[in-house]
Design a protein around this ligand. Structure first.
Ligand code: ADP
Ligand code: MG
Length: 444
């Protein structure tokens, strides 16, 4: 048995049998392609690949660490279709999404694969013209909007165009930028840092709201920005909010972010959602009737990220059951997934996760203790209970032994305010949120 097989056996213990049979069983470990710091698995199609990546990749990495004492990067590959000659289909392009280095572009994030509709038309047109005349029209291009609305996709589409022309493209996150900076500083290799970030033709920085309150990074970023821009090199930035609303952003950076063009993306209307689902079906080679597509479009909320997970589930189900994906079939298959969001997350599950992550006891969270870390944990628990379960404010108040729901409502206001003001707090809450929602329902 290879180490990879051992890990898959261990994973079996951790997840439900249904999930194991549906997804994990289809994975095979590629020992030849793996290294001591890299574990490569192969799966039959891109949908299963994205599903496994989202749900299990970090778990698998963790199991490797437990078993071998060293962490590993986990790579999920799609098996090449046999007998499909000629140009490689889109299947192969879905797998290599954001690697841990964030320097690679996702080849599937192209303009052709992007659906333009009234909600994103402006940003789309701006990105398109930047790709045609980089450094000349809008520099920087600043795209902002909510989660899953296609900011990263659009920004990388510009990168993919320029990459094809042989230009040097750097795609990075604020986090990666900071990591690179500190590493090169420590190793006294700042020349290499400058070479990487100041000698490219196109610099893409994703989610710059994370520059919030990072003074030293902003300083370094400012110089990078100035150098590139003075040489006519294109810069593209994304954020979840416009420059003036990024708290703790130096005035000089804010004004520079506004120098070029600031374009927003709004949540998609139903029509655009439908078109996006159809596009994703085409890319992932899933065939769905219009009724099923319309159904999915109405049940998902605005975050388009969900679509791939849903398609992956439908596809896997239909293969397993040897059935076509009819509307009834889709409703059945998705019932679980759609309810999971609300019904299957219980307040006890939320308490367990928060207690573990914040290092307090569930009983302490429910107690009347006023010590700081417990109060903080209690607030977060109240907030997430309200967000993730169908519980009403009075029900939550009762659960925490409060007289009435005014404390709950006050807490909600407080947390919303903190989320607006404090980027780091937001990251923490998101992490907890994801930990809770990513758990298989039976453990929550
Ligand atoms: P953001 O960076 O804004 O959070 P992403 O660019 O990561 O969002 O998009 C999330 C997913 O939704 C990606 O798979 C992306 O391809 C898809 N997506 C979002 N908007 C569109 C669109 N207009 N057309 C096609 N795919 C889209
Ligand atoms: Mg993004």
């Amino acid at each position: 048995m290879t180490i990879g097989d051992t890990i898959l056996e261990m994973l079996k213990e951790e997840i439900s049998e249904v999930e194991y049979n549906r997804y994990v069983k289809q994975m095979s470990f590629l020992s030849k392609a793996s290294r001591s710091d890299l574990a490569v698995f192969e799966v039959p199609n891109p949908l299963i690949a994205s599903w496994i990546k989202n749900r299990y990749a970090s778990k698998i990495a963790h199991l490797f660490e437990i078993k071998t004492g060293t962490g590993r990067e986990v790579n999920i590959r799609v098996k090449k279709a046999k007998g499909v000659a000629g140009k490689s289909g889109p299947a192969a392009t879905v797998a290599p999404s954001e690697g841990p280095k964030h320097s690679m572009l996702n080849p599937a994030y192209t303009f052709e694969n992007f659906v333009a509709g009234s909600s994103n038309q402006f940003a789309y047109a701006a990105a398109k013209s930047v790709s045609e005349r980089p450094g000349q029209v809008y520099n920087p291009l600043f795209i902002y909007g909510g989660v899953g609305l296609g900011k990263t996709h659009l920004m990388q589409a510009i990168g993919n165009v320029m990459l094809l022309q042989g230009k040097t493209v750097v795609y990075t996150s604020v986090e990666q930028f900071v990591n690179d900076f500190t590493r090169h500083l420590r190793n006294q290799t700042m020349d290499r840092f400058k070479e990487k970030y100041r000698q490219c033709d196109l610099l893409l920085i994703d989610d710059v709201q994370f520059l919030s309150n990072k003074i030293q990074t902003q300083e370094e970023f400012f110089h990078t920005f100035e150098t590139l821009r003075s040489e006519g090199k294109q810069i593209v930035l994304t954020s979840d909010k416009p420059p003036k609303r990024i708290a703790g952003l130096e005035a000089r950076l804010q004004s520079r972010f506004e120098w070029g063009l600031v374009a927003d993306i709004q949540p998609p209307e139903l029509e655009t959602k439908i078109a996006i689902i159809k596009k994703k079906c085409e890319i992932n080679r899933v065939i769905l009737g219009d009724d099923v597509v319309n159904y999915i479009a109405t049940v998902i909320d605005n975050n388009t990220r969900e679509i791939e997970g849903i398609l992956s589930k439908l596809h896997a189900y239909s293969q397993l059951m040897h059935q076509e994906i009819t509307l009834d079939f889709a409703k059945n298959a998705l019932r679980e997934q759609l309810q999971e969001k609300s019904d299957n997350i219980s307040i006890d599950g939320i308490m367990k996760t928060i207690a573990k992550e914040l290092n307090v006891k569930p009983s302490e969270i429910r107690s009347k203790s006023r010590s700081r870390n417990i109060v903080a944990a209690r607030r977060v628990a109240i907030y997430l209970a309200r967000e993730l379960t169908p519980m009403s404010m009075p029900q939550i108040a009762q659960y925490f032994g409060m007289k009435d729901h005014s404390t709950v409502s006050h807490t909600m206001k407080k947390i919303h305010q903190l989320l607006e003001e404090d980027e780091n707090f937001k990251v923490k809450i998101n992490e907890l949120h994801n930990k809770i929602t990513a758990m298989p329902p039976e453990t929550v």
